[in-house]
Design a protein around this ligand. Structure first.
Ligand code: FMN
Length: 449
């Protein structure tokens, strides 16, 4: 039996030093992906390609190379995408290769599995978001599991935003169907299925959004995967156990739209970037109002079980009058903590010593309710994914409001939980403030001495 307290204790920042030591040059290469699909004329694939690239924030190609702009812990990008589509009469799982901008054939999928998930119409695709765990675990150890699910939730949330702006329907399969899809994909052990959505991929109305160039073909990708070191193995086992504990008929809950018009959304996606530096004491709290409203809408839309599990809180580091104003502005169920009395170093300590955080004015903290231990194992994955979905919306709203922000996964769980009277086990934070022109985060600056 998994004891959640023990699991979470293991995820404290001090235990995050990874024991996974992949020696990249020496381990055997493993082919994770199949041959390129050579049907570039297929309109649905073009549409899917555009949706996926937008969802992942690949809005610019930089000297022919595509850059992923979805936020990702440590910039490690564990999230990959597989689409199940009808191709020449067969339902086929296609992995999207973001680097070469092409689909690769992974596996044929039984039609019965597809019909268990959706109507299996040719204009539907099942978009499966997967996590290549080792990319993140090699750096963050066990804690990286959280980051992978948050990353996946954010990618899925952004994809839902793109679909919403184009009036495409998105539905989320329940946990049972997700497990069926997982089985049928035959992914390598080190790659887990995080979540999935059924997306309407009928061709977009012409002229709505600029189309990406043709799908190109290229050589197969060979990706190196380290040996399954202990931490990786344990994380995969934990993921399986948590999936078994999940309620089979539950699914993710859709998020509210951040933009109504596709071009508007594309503009937000193109401008999205985490703050590298913040300037303290200049946040215009009124600009945060749309973000607070989005949190209120999410809390209202969530079913009871989710609402009973996830806690959202705000910590304000400012004068008391400003704290009082934030209290007025946030939804009733969002707790507000006054951290105006904390020194710079005390704030940095909350976040594992990250100096950047000492310059933020407001922190949004999302986590699980600490007194719901009995439901924690069954809800852990769902909570992380759902927090990721909400984060995707909040980020885009922050871009529109020109509020500097950085998603933060690196914090001291125990200390941060103290700020909210131990009512929450924090899983993710977003630091808000006024962004400076900095190009590098101060905690990642190379030491010169
Ligand atoms: C789950 C998660 C955890 C993160 N944790 C931190 C963090 O602790 N500190 C930080 O400065 N940035 C953190 N980030 C932000 C990433 O550093 C940032 O997204 C990445 O460097 C890519 O930059 P970009 O968002 O500007 O594209 C996190 C992002 C995610 C999704």
């Amino acid at each position: 039996m998994i004891r959640m307290e023990r699991v979470l204790r293991r995820q404290q920042l001090d235990s995050s030093a990874s024991k996974v030591r992949p020696v990249f040059g020496r381990v055997r290469s493993e082919s994770l992906r199949g041959p390129a699909v050579r049907t570039p004329g297929d309109d649905r694939l073009r549409t899917l390609q555009r949706l996926l690239e937008s969802g992942y924030g690949c809005t610019t190609s930089d000297g022919g190379r595509i850059r992923r702009r979805a936020p990702s812990a440590g910039g490690l990008y564990p999230t990959e995408v597989v689409c199940v589509v009808a191709l020449e009469g067969h339902w086929t799982a296609l992995a999207y290769d973001f680097h070469r901008r092409l689909f690769r054939e992974l596996a044929r999928i039984d039609r019965d599995i597809v019909t268990a998930v959706c109507a299996a119409r040719d204009d539907q695709a099942i978009v499966v978001v997967t996590s290549t765990l080792w990319r993140t675990l090699q750096r963050y150890g066990f804690r990286g599991y959280r980051y992978c699910l948050l990353d996946a939730g954010i990618v899925m949330g952004t994809l839902a935003q793109v679909c919403g702006a184009e009036r495409r329907t998105v539905t989320y399969p329940d946990n049972w169907s997700l497990a069926q899809i997982h089985e049928s994909l035959g992914l390598p052990d080190s790659e887990i299925v995080a979540c999935a959505a059924v997306v309407d991929c009928a061709t977009a109305a012409a002229g709505d959004v600029e189309q990406h160039p043709d799908i190109v073909t290229g050589p197969a990708v060979w990706q190196q995967s380290p040996m399954l070191a202990a931490e990786l193995e344990r994380t995969i086992r934990l993921d399986r156990a948590m999936r078994v504990a999940e309620s089979p008929h539950e699914s993710l809950v859709p998020v509210a739209a951040a933009a109504e018009v596709p071009a508007d959304l594309q503009d937000l996606l193109a401008r999205r970037r985490s703050a590298r530096g913040l300037r303290r004491g200049q946040l215009d709290y009124e600009r945060c109002a749309p973000l607070f409203r989005a949190i209120g809408a999410a809390l209202t839309d969530w079913p009871d079980r989710l609402r009973d599990s996830i806690v959202v809180g705000v910590a304000v580091r400012d004068e008391q009058t400003r704290v009082a104003a934030v209290r007025q502005a946030v939804p009733e169920s969002v707790g507000v903590a006054d951290i105006g009395h904390l020194s710079d170093s005390a704030v940095a300590d909350l976040f594992g010593g990250q100096a950047l955080m000492a310059d933020a004015d407001l922190f949004l903290i999302a986590g699980m309710r600490s007194d719901r231990a009995e439901d924690a194992v069954a809800m852990f994955r769902t909570c992380l994914l759902q927090i990721g979905l909400l984060t995707a919306t909040l980020q885009l709203l922050a871009v529109r409001a020109e509020v500097g922000h950085t998603v933060v996964g690196g914090f001291d769980d125990e200390r941060l939980s103290t700020v909210f009277g131990h009512t929450v086990t924090p899983l993710m934070a977003i630091a808000f403030g006024t962004a400076t022109e900095c190009t590098t985060k101060n905690d990642t600056l190379r030491r010169t001495s």
